[in-house]
Design a protein around this ligand. Sequence first.
Ligand code: SAM
Length: 317
Amino acid sequence: QTSDDRAAKIPRYVRVNTSMWSTEDAILFYTKRGFQLQGPFASSKGFGIDEHIPDLLAFNPALQFRDDPSYKTGKIILQDKASCFSAFVLSPPCDDSNAVVIDATAAPGNKTSHLSALMGNKGKLYAFERDKRRFSTLKMMLAKAACRNVEAVNADFLTIDPFHPKYSLATHILLDPSCSGSGIVNRLDYLLEDGESLVLEEDRLNKLAAFQLMMIKHAMKFPHVQKIVYSTCSIHATENEHVISHALQSDEAKNSHFKLAPRNDVLPTWSRRGQAEEMKGTSNADSLVRCSPGEDGTNGFFVSCFIREHHSVLPQP
Ligand code: SAM
C-alpha cells in the first residue's frame, strides 16, 4: 500500500474547540451546511462522531476545511484522532483554578489547546517550546483558539529547574517531543521541523531516542508530578517501547516511584497495544497504545502514561 492509499482511509478529523462552542452546536452548524450524520465515508457530505475521543468529529478525507469559517475562527482544530489521545489520556484536572499542568514540547499547539479545553480553561498550563519560529506559530494558535489559561514559554524544557517555584507545582506533564514522524501518512496537520526529513537512518533514530529518554527522565524530577504522558508519531520501537523500557529502569523512575498506568487508564477499548517483544525485560506492553497508519483510521502513533505509585512529593536535593 502506498502512503496515499493509507491516507485515503483516514477521515478528516475535526476536534471541536470546546473553549469556544459545544459539540452539539458544531453538529447543528455542519448539518445546516448540508452535512449528514451518516459516517465519514458514506458520501462527501457524511460525517460521524468519534467513538473514543469526546468532541471529535470525522469527515470525508477529501475535505480540507482550511477556508471554513469554523476553522478560520479557531472553533475547530484540524487534528488527527491519534494525536488527540495524548491530552485525553493525560486527563488534566478540569475546572480547578489551582491546577498546574505542563506541555513540555508544545508547538504548533494542537495538544496544548486540547489540554486547555479539557482543563475548562482554568488553572495554569505552561507550554514550553524551544524553537523561536515554532514558538510564534504556537502563540498565534493559542490566541486563535482562545486559550486563556496558557502561558507560553520560549525555552528548552531540559533547562527548566524542576524546583522552580512556578513550575514545580505541576502535577501533570505532556511530553510529545520531536520524533522521526514515521507514522504520518497524511501530512496536512503535521508541521515539519527545520532540517527534518523523512529519510530515516539508524543513527538518527538512536539520537532521537536518547533525547526522548532524557525528556522523560527530566519530567520525572518535578516534585509534584503524578502523571506523565509520552507520545510520538513514530512507528519505530526504538522511539517507543525501547524508550519506555529504559525510562522504567532509570534511577529517576525508581527514585520517584514511576510505573506505567494500567491498561484500564489508557484507552482500554483500543485494541492495538504496545509490542511486548520490544519491551526488553519490562512486561507491560498492554499499558501502551499503538496506532497503525491507515489501518486504524489514523496516522501511526504511540501513547504511554507513567503514574507515580505513592502520591508523595519529592524532596529538594
Ligand atoms: N505537541 C505538538 C502538537 O500536538 O501540536 C507537537 C510537538 S512536535 C512533535 C515537538 C516540538 O517540541 C517541536 O516544536 C520542537 O521544536 C519542540 N522541542 C523539541 N525539543 C524541545 C525541548 N527540549 N524543549 C522544548 N521544546 C522542544
